[in-house]
Ligand binder design. Sequence first.
Ligand code: TXA
Ligand code: MG
Length: 350
Amino acid sequence: MKTIISRIQHNSEDSIVYEKASQILKEGGLVAFPTETVYGLGADALDEAASAKIYSAKGRPSDNPLIVHIADTDALYDLSCQVNERALKLADKFWPGPLTMILKKSPKVPDSITGGLDTVAIRMPSHPVASRLIKESGVYIAAPSANISGKPSPTTGEHVIHDMDGRIDMIICDDASKIGVESTIVDISGQVPILLRPGFITIEQLRETLGQVEIDPAIQNGLAKGVVPRAPGMKYKHYSPNAEVTIVSGQPAQVEEKINSLVLEKKALGFKTGVLCNTEDFDKYSADLVIDLGSKTDEAGEARQLFAALRRLDQEEIDFAYSEEFTSHDVGAAVMNRLVKAAGHKIIHV
Ligand code: TXA
Ligand code: MG
């Protein structure tokens, strides 16, 4: 398939891009587009044949449900038969923005996009391109992250082109995603709200709005091994570069010493090594590729850089990568959640 690749110009020529993308979506095709979190791979959420194409383009397991993207709060009533006070409070506070709510689905929502669950995931993105595309096409857009299943989510148009060129109808490129990790997911379909995936909106912010919010035990302590997560997608191998990633946790001096000794060991065996670290430690490491994720005090910066950093390990054909442990404050919780998964839970405590 020939993929149309369009770049948003931020001028009147953009109209052609939106017209083409809307036409493709209405005809049941696939369009990748930017959002404030990561790039999404969109299809008409109510068209089963269209969303089936998402699963095959990504190589995504069919039991892994999709998030439906909307552009106004009225759509909530169309997609869910359970729009309660909590949903309205969350919408009021965090939409448009990086928050996904899980609610009981309305009969209109096909089972094929909810993986057979009786709930649906809904998000109103704040990115102007995403918002305009939903409005102009007039469809609710089902969109997972626009990566091949199992790979790091795309935060630039180039990442999407790398994974999806030739597999989908159109890719709309804009600047790099401002947030860089996927939306926070909160399940408000039951008695007590439950955080299913950490993101830019923190658990503290959710508690300020909703009162009690539990954390899915599967994601506590950076995703406990062996506990089945409530968001089906959180159980799969994820964010994995080809390199074997290991996190080294402990006091800074010991972490530095351990990482450098592991790097030396692997280099001696002829392997290519990489390190992920904060700016403050950038000069301390002797790996073939050292990637700076920004300052220790800037969790948002780490979030923006993480997926691009994991993808760079592949570009540079790194065999073994070692990462410092980053702080779990604020969006740092989301960064560590993704990093632990990228590392397949390999953490060395020193
Ligand atoms: O920021 C984001 O949310 C991005 C952008 C494109 O909006 N999208 C995204 O989609 O991250 P995806 O498909 O990569 O992740 C969706 C997650 C999966 O872990 C899935 O299992 C979970 O949401 N999910 C979807 N519907 C669900 C439901 N009804 N119940 C529980 N989890 C659900
Ligand atoms: Mg994803």
